[in-house]
Design a protein around this ligand. Structure first.
Ligand code: NIG
Ligand code: FE
Length: 399
């Protein structure tokens, strides 16, 4: 296949957008074969897709989502609107634990079907790679059930899915923390690894939940079984989550509303990617923002994700994350676009496979209806995706 008449091609190579005007791209099988600043002519048997002078960029990568869960939490949302805080609701048995109750009741088929619908909606907004976490089971059977549902979504082969074990998302009711950590270490992590159900292991690191020492212990246990660490860090209170991420060699640390300077410096030195979730800030009406300027100064690489989940972000749409990254977090358009492509690839350790348009990378592309790349941040709520291609095949077309 060749893509012709591209107005602005954002290859995302180098330090910026890697912008090529009036470009063409050749895709052979599931990979990019040629990127050109002139007109390519189709060879026999090759189809041509006319991009109508618009912007073309890599398929979005969403490196942090929770798309599999039973039920929704609209009642809690209404409670928050009337003034109750997320933490208050969580501490009175709502929050994550209410999703846990509903997820335990749901069948694997129900989790698979609702999760697949959500992933399809992400795809319609241009996401071709998604990370998907467990974490609403908090018991071995339900965590494995969630991960099997995620595996079945991956097998549909519409979107590339990377599964993450997040058994340390909360502490189940009527269980002591120490006892639960032992179950994580001795039972859940070994089974998840044995059944090859996850690539990453994540922890909700907060002083009131799994503190820095607990988090390290859990992530080190994951590492012993080949699971790559990711961390929910310093979201609600400063909890040395950034330091933990650096110490265990995590691929990314997420949220980071309240990291210490030391933590940011350690992240920069260890090459941990900051996974910023401005949609969550918006949805939780959070006044504190991730310290983007400090991250720039320390040289921390910034990725952007939706954090889609039933409690703190119902956002499925990476284009809106770009808008929030710019308007809420003060990122530049270039930073935000790198955040949803090449830097999210780094947050999953897949930068040699995806996130840029260059020969050899998997051919995951969004063909937009936009005349200029700035419209990706400027047009709030507009779906720019005319055609989405994954692994060289058209997987979504705007009707
Ligand atoms: O990433 N911060 C922890 N976990 C989720 C919230 C999950 C929920 O409320 O169900 C998050 O924001
Ligand atoms: Fe999250």
């Amino acid at each position: 296949m060749i893509l012709t008449n591209i107005g602005q091609l954002l290859t995302m190579t180098g330090d910026g957008l890697g912008l090529i005007e009036k470009a063409s791209v050749r895709i052979t099988d599931n990979r990019f074969a040629e990127v050109s600043d002139s007109v390519l002519t189709p060879q026999p048997g090759e189809t041509e897709l006319d991009c109508q002078g618009c912007v073309v960029l890599p398929g979005f990568i969403d490196p942090h989502t929770h798309p599999v869960f039973g039920g929704w939490r609209h009642k809690e949302f209404e409670m928050r609107l009337s003034g109750r805080s997320y933490k208050e609701i969580a501490q009175s048995g709502g929050g994550i634990l209410s999703s846990v109750r509903m997820t335990r009741q749901a069948s694997e088929d129900e989790l698979y079907e609702s999760g697949l619908d959500r992933v399809k909606e992400m795809l319609s907004w241009g996401t071709t790679t998604v990370e998907a976490k467990s974490g609403y089971g908090l018991d071995t059977d339900t965590e494995l059930k969630m991960l099997r549902a995620i595996q079945r979504i991956a097998e549909q082969d519409l979107v590339t899915v990377f599964p993450t074990f997040l058994g340390a998302h909360s502490i189940p009711e009527n269980t002591g923390k120490e006892h639960y950590i032992r179950i994580l270490e001795d039972e859940m992590i070994p089974k998840v690894a044995e059944q090859n159900l996850a690539r990453f292991c994540d922890v909700f690191c907060e002083n009131f939940l799994f503190n820095a020492d607990d988090s390290r212990r859990i992530l080190e246990a994951g590492k012993r079984y080949g699971l790559v660490p990711k961390v929910h860090a310093d979201e609600i209170e400063p909890s040395a989550g950034a330091e933990v991420a650096a110490r265990v060699g995590a691929v990314s640390a997420a949220h980071l509303l309240r990291p210490s300077d030391k933590g940011l410096q350690a992240m920069a030195e260890a090459g941990v990617i900051a996974e910023l979730l401005p949609g969550t800030c918006f949805f939780l009406k959070e006044d504190t923002k991730a310290p983007v300027q400090k991250m720039r100064e320390y040289g921390v690489t910034m990725a952007l994700a939706t954090d889609f989940n039933p409690g703190s972000s119902t956002l499925l749409c990476q284009p809106l994350t770009v808008v929030f990254g710019c308007l809420l977090y003060g990122m530049t358009i270039v930073e935000a676009l790198r955040g949803v492509t090449v830097n999210s690839a780094k947050a999953l350790g897949i930068e040699h496979q995806a996130g840029t348009i260059e020969p050899g990378r998997t051919a995951d592309v969004v063909i937009t209806d936009l005349p200029d790349y700035r419209h990706l941040a400027y047009r709030v709520g507009h779906n720019p995706c005319r055609t989405v291609i994954r692994h060289g095949k058209v997987v979504h077309s705007a009707s």
